[in-house]
Ligand binder design. Structure first.
Ligand SMILES: Cc1cc2nc3c(=O)[nH]c(=O)nc-3n(C[C@H](O)[C@H](O)[C@H](O)COP(=O)(O)O)c2cc1C
Length: 346
């Protein structure tokens, strides 16, 4: 069904098409198929049991408008945001580009969102029905990025299952400097203090850039362990990897997502897993669009996966499709549960 309407959707501007998708989800317009379930794909993360390891990545439901519809489509977890303290427009349009031949997107949205207060009110008036994460970041014009994270942390810590600290968007100036040891330590230390002040146990995830040098992996891992971080989300979009792309939009500035990111994020997951083992969970993101690609992320070290671009190319039934394919792969290989295969790839 989706393959028939996709050519029409792809004639529309990508950001406009996205706003239509959000409207359709608000109206629950998508026919929800029977959700595929099986013991082999049930798992646990952030202390909660979930029926499959497939989540929707941050950026799709930036303003927390349709998370409950996404659960109905078969995503076991939804991460909303990135949300900043104040509402902001983001960069000038156009700012999302399809690279059809490459099954990829480039975006330079720049954290367009309606701000923490509006989003908080929306969430508290429509409680999430599944595992729910809130991804936070600083405003573009802020004088103090750490303070912005803390403002959002205070607003959201008690209305979600985990909070993601986004330090990896390529579209906010200098944000990725938080991958440097000193800056990251400052940030994690401030968050730890804030957690104490608020007396909260909400798990924290850190979302990492795929563009870091290998020498950063050790240092970042050590800090994640030192500050008791619950998960590393690997990865955000890349501002590199343009060489082998075919579509003319490859020259657009911004973060690249989808198929061309898959291998790069798998390699990084594998490297982090070797240090973090299962002490700190890894959420694998980048180019997931099938049972096979989800399986690859898991054997490289991901406990669960998230996706965004795969839904643009494969349609709203993608979580359910991946669940079905993953169940078949595990059955064929005689694996009882995905927990047995996390990080088995050498
Ligand atoms: C249009 C678009 C907007 C995004 N916005 C955000 C965001 O606000 N915060 C964030 O942490 N990641 C954001 N991402 C990155 C995704 O969460 C994900 O890490 C990345 O797209 C790789 O996954 P994919 O290949 O499945 O799309 C965005 C991605 C896209 C395509």
């Amino acid at each position: 069904m989706f393959s028939k309407i996709r050519p029409f959707i792809f004639k529309l501007d990508p950001e406009f098409a996205h706003s239509l998708a959000i409207k359709a989800l608000k109206l629950n317009y998508y026919s929800s198929k029977k959700i595929k379930k099986d013991k082999s794909i049930e798992t646990k993360i952030f202390g909660k049991s979930i029926s499959n390891p497939i989540g929707i990545a941050a950026g799709f439901d930036k303003d927390a408008e349709v998370y409950n519809s996404l659960f109905k489509l078969g995503f076991s977890c939804v991460e909303v945001g990135t949300i900043t303290p104040k509402k902001q427009y983001g960069n000038t349009k156009p700012r999302i580009f399809r690279l059809e031949e490459d099954e990829a997107l480039i975006n330079r949205l720049g954290f367009n969102n309606s701000g923490a207060d509006t989003t908080r009110a929306r969430i508290t008036s429509n409680l999430p029905t599944g595992l729910f994460g809130i991804n936070i970041g600083p405003n573009q014009d802020t004088k103090n990025k750490i303070e912005d994270y803390l403002i959002c942390f205070r607003k959201f810590h008690n209305i979600c299952d985990y909070i993601t600290i986004n330090i990896s968007s390529p579209n906010t100036e200098n944000l990725r400097n938080f991958h440097n040891q000193e800056e990251l330590e400052d940030l994690l230390n401030s968050l730890q203090q804030e957690k104490k002040n608020l007396n909260t146990k909400v798990p924290i995830a850190i979302k990492i850039s795929p563009d870091i040098e290998d020498s950063f992996i050790d240092k970042i891992s050590n800090l994640l362990i030192k500050y008791n971080i619950s998960a590393a989300i690997i990865s955000n979009t890349t501002d590199k990897n343009r060489e082998n792309l075919r579509n003319i939009n490859k020259l657009e500035k911004g973060g690249l997502s989808g198929k061309p990111l898959n291998e790069k994020s798998n390699l990084l997951i594998n490297k982090f897993f070797k240090i973090l083992k299962n002490e700190i969970k890894i959420i694998g993101v980048g180019g997931v669009d099938s049972g096979e690609s989800a399986y690859e992320k898991i054997i490289n070290g991901a406990s669960i996966v998230q996706l965004y671009t795969g839904m643009i190319y494969n349609g709203p039934n993608i979580a359910n499709k991946i669940s079905g394919e993953l169940i078949d792969i595990l059955k064929n290989k005689g694996i009882k549960n995905i927990s047995e295969i996390i990080g088995i790839k050498k």
